[in-house]
Every structure is written in structure tokens, then in C-alpha cells.
Design a binder for this molecule. Sequence first.
Ligand SMILES: NC(=O)c1ccc[n+]([C@@H]2O[C@H](COP(=O)([O-])OP(=O)(O)OC[C@H]3O[C@@H](n4cnc5c(N)ncnc54)[C@H](O)[C@@H]3O)[C@@H](O)[C@H]2O)c1
Length: 326
Amino acid sequence: MRSSFANDQSERTVQKKVLITGGAGFLGSHLCDRLIEVGHDILCVDNFFTGSKENVRHLIGHPRFELLRHDVTFPLYVEVDEIYNLACPASPKHYQYDPVQTTKTSVHGAINLLGLAKRTQAKILQASTSEVYGDPEIHPQSETYWGKVNPVGIRSCYDEGKRCAETLFFDYWRQHEVKIKVSRIFNTYGPRMHPNDGRVVSNFIVQALLGNDITIYGDGNQSRSFCFVDDLLDALVRTMETSDSFTGPINLGNPEETTVLKLAETIIQITQSRSRLVYRPKPDDDPRQRKPDISRARSVLGWAPKVSLEEGLSRTIDYFRKRLVI
Ligand SMILES: NC(=O)c1ccc[n+]([C@@H]2O[C@H](COP(=O)([O-])OP(=O)(O)OC[C@H]3O[C@@H](n4cnc5c(N)ncnc54)[C@H](O)[C@@H]3O)[C@@H](O)[C@H]2O)c1
């Protein structure tokens, strides 16, 4: 059945009809805000597995916002100009909860949305991930690196699902001339992250604010690079705006590297928490280091992150303070 969104034409200056899958999640809900602000019509689609209506509650009732409960593993028939495909649980705890559904979300989701893009001639952007590089042998990772991924491990449902989605994107481009953009997102954090999703930034902040022990997996010397959500959204929107000849893949993230231990110490300092650091064994397939080479983003998008780790963490901590009512 067709969504009424297809017929929602009006007198106002509508720039584009934009479908955001996973729109009620952390990144998706900020993207809804961003695109509503510049005058687009937004169709936010989500099955609320990890996302929540709370994240978009402030937009409900807005004349250019529509929220649809839908699982992207099933086809969707709507008319749109642009598609941001963000639907997929992103934290290991959530994507390992139902790994078969995780792979289906990436693979069947990509097939359904690419089919939609083909039919409507919409541009389509895939939220891929640095996980396609697996446990990388080169550092930093550039887009030409093919990755080192375990195909049968506990993270494979996510990593290989996303890799297969990238393959589908490029095959739809080569075979059907669908206008694709593949962005490889590195660790991103900010307000509206799920407090219990087990991701390192939200974990540490919640533990620090509650005065609980801060759990470090491994020795804490594994490196990560953390990008604040506002910076990432600038890059995503710029990627969608590139000319049709640009497909990506393109790394989006913050190249400033920090260790997990340093992250914990910074959070303790900002929150002035008395939490202690405790060490636990490193989970299987946890990558030792991650850092994007963003040369392509700098040259193609004219983009680089602006928000420092301290500033981004402070804004995220403010959000969690309110959310946890501390
Ligand atoms: N945040 C990061 O650091 C990061 C890094 C790399 C890639 N990404 C990618 O960006 C996207 C958004 O991530 P996020 O951090 O906002 O995570 P999130 O879990 O907050 O958002 C994912 C959203 O997708 C929805 N969803 C899951 N399965 C679905 C399905 N089958 N049908 C419809 N909706 C479904 C969830 O309910 C949720 O709202 C994901 O695709 C993720 O893989 C995020």
C-alpha cells in the first residue's frame, strides 16, 4: 500500500522529499532535525528496535514531518527524492541480540531501499561503517583498504552485513545507474545515544554520572577516534549534495585518536566523578585501533570535524545528566 506521503504536496516551498530509515535512532533523529530546519519534507521510518519515539517527539505534528513504523526488511512503496539508509542497530550489544535480523536489516534493507531508489530515481545514501575494515592491518584506514574481517565471528552479522550492503549499492549503481553515496561512518557520539547500548562513550558517561565503576575492556590502550554528532551530520548532508558522479565510499569521522583509557580519564575529569577504573577481558574481534584517513572527505566535501573531544563530551554529559535526572 502506498503511503499518503506520496501525495502530500502543498503550496509551501518544498525542496525535497527525504526518506530517513532508522530516523528515530541516535543519528537519524538529529538528521530529521537538520533536514526539517532547512525546509525538506521528512518521512522518518523506524521499527523502534533501538530507536525511540522520544527522539523525534518534538517533531510529531510538524507539517513537514511524518513518522512511520516499518521494518526495512519489507518493501516500502513511497515517492521520494532522497533516501538516507540508517536503519540498523549500531552497538554490538544490540546487533548481537538477534544477529540473523541484523544481517537481514543490512542486506534485505539495502535491496528494498535500492529498489525504491531505482523506481523513484532517488539519490540514496548508505550509512556504512568503519567496521567494514574489521581489525585493520593498516593505520589510519583509507577507503582503498579492503579490510580484515572475520566472516564467522560474533561481529560478522554487522560487519559482513554492511559489507554486503556496500556491494549491493555498487552493483545497483553499475547495473541500474542508481545514484548512490556510500559513507563509512567512524565512532560517533552525542546527545540521544541510548544509555544502555554498551557503546564506550555512553557506557563511561553513565557509569561516571552514577558513580559506578568504569569498565574498561582489555588494557585500555586500544585506540578509537570519536566524532561529535553535529560534525558527522554536516558531512552526511554534504555527501548527499555531491554530484551524481560521486559514489564514495567516503570515510566520515574524526581523525583525532585517543585511547579508551584516556577517554575514561577525560570523562571522569569533566563529570568530577569518583568512579574507579576496572578492567575486564577484551571481547572477541574487538579491533585494536581505529582512525579514519579523511583526505577524501577534506578534498571532496571540503569538510573536517570542528568539535573537540572535550567540548563534545561536555555537551553529551549535559544531555545524560538531564536524562538520568542527576
Ligand atoms: N553511531 C555510530 O558511531 C555509527 C558508526 C558507524 C555506522 N553507524 C551507522 O549509522 C546508522 C545509525 O546508527 P545510530 O548510531 O543512530 O544507531 P541507532 O541504533 O540509534 O539507530 C538505528 C535505528 O535503526 C532502527 N532500525 C533497526 N533495525 C531496523 C529495521 N529492520 N527497520 C527499520 N528500522 C530499524 C532502530 O530502531 C534505530 O532507530 C546505522 O546504520 C549504523 O550502522 C553509526
